[in-house]
Design a protein around this ligand. Structure first.
Ligand code: F6R
Length: 606
């Protein structure tokens, strides 16, 4: 989603800003822009589409200056046009960039227009430029202007503002949207996340909600919402190898699919204690106290939560509810039956998940953040962090983060079950041994690329597809449908196989692709019967299953097999062909696999 970068006090800063914007490209955007401060005022370039368009413009007319801000915009208010792209300049004196939504922008705009301010875009963000202009025109200092603007706006935001009279100064502020300040030797930097700054500095200050800061080359002064100076800790972020590359693969997604054995192994290592047994961020005695868990997540992370519900309830006999994060706090949930909330998020920045976690925390639940990005907002705000160690995930569609989440969650479920006395240590060790086999099993499942290629080729012409799974494979069916629709733009739905006969079976017509997930276990026979019902009505069955279960569905039109595995862990293994099918279908259709249309990697608006 929108990305912000800024530099104060670095000669010819526009190239550095562009380079930092490239590091935020993975978040998703549809236009971009950079403004710099020159001795003659602002230099501004904005372009619709990829950053290359902006960099072409900058090659034609370079932007001079040693301070400036850049932005990648993911449209919310107002279409994808150059006028709506950030930065926005008001009265040739103030330039701003903004991430988030100013909820009271309509009223503010009306007031500003009545006072004679002329707007040039349809965005909510432009009100910020005019509010700062008004404040400075009234003679306020930067600190007073920042406090005044913040007192007038509502919503979630991260913003940066510059004024022509203060060439080496930038105002930044945040509420619920991420923003980091990087401290260099003779220059300061700002970025939506530490990744944007990792090539510039490792010394980072994370602002708290409603903080603002005055950033100068020599450092940053931070103020709380009341305008009182406050100390915010300087955090040393881990060294980064810089921009992550595709490592010889065609797409980040293809690379990330192949990185899953490592992502799982590293995540498992993070869930393994010094004595070699499974461990969690909670000591055993506290685990034993857990009597109910609320899972909060969005999208693919929500499907990981749904798989975990089967595991935790079956193994530990602890009740679990899975909540779509964006719905949770607004339906005023009754929380009394739960003592713990697990917020699952690859980015650690999904605003829906963050807000849901805050709500759970305020209701007295202990919060655990299951996140992939260390230092992200959810990681910093959760009572405890349970990390996935998948490494940076750049492809917009989540792959390795999902299987890493599943690895952490089955480990957690097993440790919880043992602490609750629901399984003995022998069963715990048996499951642990199965989990340890996952990296090599997933490695073997990756060999299905060639087997899946012709199936993907056929799927490219489909208008719609259904994914079916039963029991612990039901959430994987929904994840498969999500992957196909977001990458290849083919309509797809995931259903619980047994639910088909209650309505969705009416959708079946001759040749409709039905991607069926099947594994050995209690419900295999019933799931196979459900597939028979679809096949009898003309569906084309694409069976994704374990080697030993393939013969159960001898009427399948296409079969993809993975190695046999403990039924508990089938969701992890069967996810692999599901991801490959979506990837290859999208690749063959020629869609933008790593940055599908309209999508953002880090969804920082509600
Ligand atoms: C789908 C996908 C999204 C994310 C969702 C939550 O492939 O990646 O559905 O899972 O936006 O993101 P995180 O996990 O970062 O909170």
């Amino acid at each position: 989603m929108c990305g912000i970068v800024g530099v104060v006090g670095l000669a010819d800063c526009s190239e550095t800003i562009l380079d930092s914007l490239k590091r935020l490209e993975y978040r998703g955007y549809d236009s971009s822009g950079i403004v710099t401060q020159t001795k003659d005022g602002f230099g501004l370039q904005r372009a619709v589409g990829k950053l290359k368009n902006l960099s072409d413009l900058m090659r034609e007319s370079p932007l001079a200056g040693q301070s400036g801000i850049g932005h990648t915009r993911w449209a919310t208010h107002g279409g994808v046009t150059e006028q709506n792209a950030h930065p926005h300049v008001a009265g040739d004196k103030v330039a701003i960039v903004h991430n988030g939504i100013i909820e009271n922008h309509v009223a503010l705009r009306a007031t500003l227009e009545a006072a004679g301010h002329l707007f040039s875009s349809e965005t909510d963000s432009e009100v910020l430029a005019h509010l700062f202009l008004q404040a400075f025109d009234e003679g306020m200092t930067p600190e007073q202007a920042a406090a005044s603007v913040l007192s007038r706006i509502e919503g979630a935001f991260a913003l940066a503002a510059m004024h022509v009279d203060y060439p080496d100064m930038m105002i930044v502020a945040r509420n619920a949207s991420p923003l980091a300040i990087g401290l260099g030797e003779n220059a300061s930097f700002i970025g939506s996340d530490a990744m944007a700054l990792s090539h510039l500095t490792r010394d980072v200050i994370y602002l708290k909600d409603n903080d603002f800061a005055i950033v100068r080359p020599e450092g940053a002064e931070v103020f709380d919402s009341a305008g009182t100076p406050v100390n915010r800790e300087v955090v040393i972020v881990a060294a980064s190898q810089g921009v992550v590359d595709k490592g010889g693969y065609r797409h980040f997604m293809e690379k990330e699919i192949h990185e899953q054995p490592d992502a799982i192994a590293h995540t498992l290592a993070a869930m393994t204690g010094a004595d070699g047994t499974l461990s969690t961020p909670l000591p055993r005695e506290e685990l034993a106290q857990i009597d109910g868990i609320v899972m909060l997540a969005a999208g693919t992370s929500h499907y990981a939560a749904m798989v975990a519900r089967y595991w935790i309830e079956a193994l530990a006999r602890v009740p679990v509810t899975c909540e779509i994060a964006s719905e949770y706090r607004y339906r005023k949930p009754v929380t009394g039956a739960f003592s713990c909330a697990i917020a699952i998020s690859q980015s650690g920045e999904s605003l829906d998940t963050l807000m849901a976690m805050r709500h759970a925390g305020e209701a007295g639940l202990k919060t655990i953040g299951l996140v992939n990005v260390p230092g992200s907002t959810i990681a910093r705000e959760a009572d405890l962090v349970m990390p996935t160690r998948a490494g940076p995930e750049i492809g917009v569609a989540s792959t390795k983060a999902f299987t890493a989440q599943l690895t952490a969650l089955i480990s957690f479920a097993t440790a919880l079950a043992e602490a609750k006395g629901a399984i003995d240590t022998a069963r715990r060790d048996e499951i642990h041994a199965q989990i340890q086999k996952l990296p090599s099993m997933v490695g073997r499942a990756l060999a299905s690329f060639d087997e899946i290629r012709p199936i993907a080729h056929e799927l490219t012409t489909a208008r719609s597809a259904l994914y079916l799974g039963r029991d612990v494979l039901f959430p994987v069916a929904m994840e498969g449908a999500l992957k196909l629709k977001e990458l290849s733009y083919i309509h797809a739905e995931g259903f619980a196989s047994g639910e088909m006969k209650h309505g969705p079976i009416a959708l079946i017509e001759e040749g409709l692709p039905v991607i069926a997930l099947l594994a050995a276990g209690e419900v295999m026979g019933k799931a196979a019967s459900n597939l028979q019902e679809a096949s009898a009505r003309g569906a084309s069955i694409i069976l994704i299953t374990e080697e030993r279960a393939a013969a159960t569905v001898d009427f399948a039109d296409r079969v993809v097999t993975v190695p046999n595995i403990d039924p508990l862990l089938a969701p992890v293994l069967l996810t692999i062909p599901v991801q490959i099918l979506a990837y290859l279908t999208a690749f063959e259709k020629g869609t933008d696999v790593d940055q599908p249309r309209n999508l953002a990697k880090s969804v920082t608006v509600e």
